[in-house]
Design a protein around this ligand. Structure first.
Ligand code: AMP
Length: 606
């Protein structure tokens, strides 16, 4: 038996041998890292034979899957422990043999990156794997030329990545793992170095691929409405393109409130190419997938029951697996468990990193947890909402939440407060309180010249926070794309005592001024903000006045360059508008403003 602490025995790595993707991690430069090849961190768990007989592993195999399904193997993890023989072109392979090919490719990545030979590994398996499935995984390792030092349960690996355990206190952790094709949830008890999976439950046939399928069905329906053609009838290529478009849109919707889908020339009918152009909102998408996410709660309850625990007994909820990036997952779990789940360790790489933690400890390195760069604070704009049943200008919903891995970009949708509004004040706060005034104001700006509309206008607020702590905030009028941006340097730095004191004083002053209604103070509880919160827009100004000011400004800028006849008419209208403003005659104001706007339109077009 080789001593796992013996450096001469070769590098000891951690491997997540996944159903959809696999990863390999090791101790490099004092940290646990997932080893990459180029910019790839994940190896698709696919093996194929090209038409010319070449062995393909990973991306190239996955790429040929649709064209040559008989020459490609995927999701082999589901077959581990069975006697099934898998056909790959004219070859026959056992599931461990296929898995060994994937492991060998990962080892090649690692050896290239480390410049040393990799001989030993910790390999992860789902908590529910039987002895036969675990043995098949060991066999795959051996076939790949590895000594399998440990078979590690995936939820335990996730807990290790989050640094659970290590001290003598007992902790109970719920690991919610939603990947591409599988879902499982485990309740893990951790005390010092002893980790036990108390119960797990799941659904082997549920994952992000189902979200893609629902979105794809929505796109097929949209195409049928637009062109009267059912793509499900013998159009495999168009369906494959829509499947890809659906997955991309799904990922966009994890960060943005809308996703645009444009697929040119999906099919050709009577010599005419037919395109699909549509938009899906996050709200619509969430309505589609909600039943699937709700169904995972049944498994959560059954796992808790199996472990003899209630949600109140859970110390941490960890989200693992690529599909937990869907914001609805975290919201549903927070509601269900009454605590905010943690998801700061990269959800696709968490299990591999946890395997890397154990591998490194077994190799004698001191590792507590995986290091990640996260936002130390939450950031967001204030908006109009309601508190204690009354309108309140300083409601606050963070767009970037504390502990989100960096870099990060998130966009949320807001509405203007009044019809005809042409400017929006965007106040950006740092903090977690639902009342913006109890947070710290870190920046503000105004977006002006928006199109006045008879109904309210949509404003998208995008926030990006990079590793240097620079926060970029962009507000965009959705209909026209008119936008304004500010950059706030050092958004993540710690404020000085003096800054905190000044900020607090200012906040308290404002707070006294705003929360003057006793009902609000007494009620204490806030109402949940609307789905599309209203962003505050110069609350004390009249929208007609605001529009008039903007149009006047435009007209003054244009005045020196316009034709003499137009100039006279413009001066005349400017005077009438100014008079109406000082007289407070709103009717005349809006009539003359409309006339000046029309004139400006013609003048600019000349
Ligand atoms: P895993 O099996 O853990 O690698 O997870 C793969 C699944 O995560 C696939 O269904 C992906 O489409 C999904 N996924 C990856 N990125 C995102 C994202 N940004 N938002 C939602 N799902 C994602």
């Amino acid at each position: 038996m080789i001593n796992s602490n013996d450096p001469a025995a070769g590098v000891l790595v951690g491997i997540d041998l996944g159903t959809t993707n696999s990863e390999i991690a090791a101790f490099v430069d004092g940290q646990i890292r997932v080893l990459t090849r180029g910019n790839r961190t994940m190896l698709p768990s696919c093996v194929g034979l090209s038409p010319s007989g070449e062995l393909l592993i990973g991306e190239p195999a996955r790429n040929q899957r649709l064209l040559h399904p008989d020459r490609t193997l995927s999701s082999v993890k589901r077959k581990m422990g069975s006697d099934e023989i898998l056909a790959l072109g004219d070859r026959e392979l056992t599931p461990p043999e296929v898995s060994a090919l994937i492991l060998k490719e990962l080892v090649r990545w690692a050896e290239e990156r480390l410049g040393e030979s990799v001989t030993r590994a910790v390999i992860t398996v789902p908590a529910y794997f039987s002895d036969a499935q675990r043995n098949a995984t060991r066999e795959a390792g051996r076939l790949a030329g590895l000594e399998v030092v440990r078979i590690l349960n995936e939820p335990t690996a996730a807990s290790l990545a989050y640094g659970e355990g290590g001290d003598s206190s007992q902790r109970t952790v719920l690991v919610y793992d939603l990947g591409g094709g599988t879902f499982d949830v485990s309740i893990v008890s951790i005390e010092g170095d002893v980790t036990e999976v108390l119960a797990s439950h799941g659904n082997n046939l549920l994952g992000g691929d189902d979200f893609d399928r629902l979105l794809q069905e929505r796109l097929v329906e949209e195409f049928r409405k637009q062109h009267g053609v059912d793509l499900t009838e013998d159009n495999p290529r168009a369906m494959a393109r829509l499947a890809h478009a659906a997955e991309e849109a799904k990922k966009t919707l994890s960060a943005e409130p809308f996703a645009r889908i444009r697929e040119e020339s999906l099919i050709v009918v009577d010599g005419k190419p037919l395109h699909l152009e549509t938009e899906v909102s996050r709200d619509d998408y969430e309505r589609l997938i909600r039943p699937l996410i709700d169904s995972t709660l049944e498994s959560v309850n059954r796992a808790l029951e199996g472990a003899g625990k209630a949600t109140a007994d859970i110390d941490e909820v960890l989200l693992v697996g690529g599909s937990t990036r869907t914001p609805l997952v975290a919201r549903v779990m927070e509601d269900h468990c009454g605590r905010e789940p943690r998801q700061e360790v990269h959800p696709d790489l968490c299990v591999a990193l946890g395997a890397g933690v154990l591998a490194s400890r077994l190799a004698g390195h001191e590792v507590e947890r995986v290091l990640v760069d996260v936002s130390p604070y939450s950031f967001g704009p204030s908006h109009l909402g309601s508190r204690g049943g009354l309108p309140y200008t300083y409601c606050y919903t963070p767009i970037i939440k504390k502990n989100t891995p960096l870099p990060i970009t998130r966009t949320e949708r807001f509405s203007t407060a009044h019809p005809g509004q042409t400017a929006v004040d965007v106040n950006i706060y740092q903090g977690d309180d639902e009342d913006a005034l109890k947070n710290i104001l870190i920046g503000d700006f105004t977006i002006e010249g928006m199109t006045p509309r008879s109904d309210v206008n949509e404003v998208l607020c995008r926030m990006s926070l990079d590793l240097d702590g620079i926060l970029r905030v962009t507000a965009t009028e959705r209909a026209t794309g008119l936008s304004k941006q500010v950059s706030i340097q050092g958004a993540t730095r710690q404020l000085t005592e003096e800054e905190i004191l000044t900020s607090r004083k200012r906040v308290e002053e404002l707070f006294l001024r705003n929360v003057s209604d006793p009902e609000i103070d007494e009620a204490g509880e806030d109402e949940t903000p609307d789905e599309s919160p209203v962003i505050e827009v110069r609350p004390n100004q009249n929208p007609e006045l605001e529009t008039a000011r903007t149009v006047l400004e435009q007209s003054r800028t244009l005045l020196p360059s316009v034709h003499e006849e137009d100039r006279e008419e413009m001066i005349d209208l400017n005077e009438k508008i100014e008079e109406a403003m000082s007289a407070g005659d709103l009717e005349v104001l809006s009539r003359e403003t409309a006339a000046l706007k029309e004139l400006l339109f013609f003048v600019q077009g000349r």
